[in-house]
Design a protein around this ligand. Sequence first.
Ligand SMILES: [Zn+2]
Length: 429
Amino acid sequence: MSRTFVIKGARILGEEPADLLLRDGVIAEVGSGLDAAGAEVVDADGLIALPGLVDLHTHLREPGREDAETVETGTRAAARGGYTAVHAMANTHPVADTAGVVEQVWRLGREAGFCDVHPVGAVTQGIAGRQLAELGAMADSAAQVRVFSDDGHCVSDAMIMRRALEYVKAFDGVIAQHAQEPRLTEGAQMNEGEVSARLGLPGWPAVAEEAIIARDCLLAAHVGSRLHVCHVSTAGSVEILRWAKSKGWRVTAEVTPHHLLLDDTLVEGYDPIYKVNPPLRTAEDVTALREALADGTIDAVATDHAPHPVEAKETEWDCAAMGMIGLETALPVVQQAMVETGLLDWVGVADRMSFRPARIGRLSGQGRPLEAGSPANVVLYDPAPRTVVDPSGFASKSRNSPFAGLELPGRVVATFLRGRPTVLEGKLQ
Ligand SMILES: [Zn+2]
């Protein structure tokens, strides 16, 4: 028998306190003085209730790199971060470019049960950029793939990108582009600018991202399809997106928590924990990204959770793997960068971390308002405590967090997936 919960006095989307009754997987009632026979009571005094978070960009590493993460450990990390759905990127081994592999990942997510796992399908076979993968077969599979990406690699061939955009129209899919012009970033190690010049590290110019985004916006408009831009990192990219949206084109974009908080001066210590693709940019870029997320030019926060084993990160800068984990710190980082700066309220956070990403991924059962009849996907979040980030307590199998040692606000107290707690009193269930 499924458990019934009464959440007492949660501030719904940061507004007035109310009670929520979770029964049979849905929010049965929202109001005051709620009660139900046999219900477990959760005291949510001082806590904020948000819809379960939805991540458009997670690397779960399974199949193939289970030393870094598995579907189970990654989704445990997701639940601890307040997520009820994640999109699992396709750059696994083997690559998720067939119905068989996406169904395998989807099934592993169901078995683990910590949050919904929606596999992202590769755009091209083996993410090699040469031939389209079986997009239709992945869309028709049990995993019902709607988001396709070669993430980690850019679909740099304009003709392949055009054909992919055309193809996914048939099932309302979207191409999520990792915008990185390959020739302009050969051997690149960090953002190209003052800091790279001083350190003598090969630079990664903003134009390498911006040129692809501009091209893809034009292509999406030309064929009337949907484009999603992964991990936008520069002020120039924001300008291009603003222009494309002003035209009414079907373009959406995401930004990572780390690009909202960190900048390229951190690279000065040569600590590979700060090595990431796209690279940390300048403080001016960070400001532009925050403003774009606030005004909706950037639609969503997506973690780009990229676990790596210790030996891949604790090495020299040049040889270190690119990527950072982020599922268990995303909400605190967004509170610090966006809420405490007055750029977003909690309604805005719910929009950018749940409502909009669910819409972009075409997830019907996620990103629903906290009202009677919605699936009971709920996070209870305490914005008050400030704690120093200690990755040794993370549920993720990897420890490569750039926020380690940093004091951040907030704590996920509970996460409910269709009425079932995956986290309660801060602990995995
Ligand atoms: Zn990427």
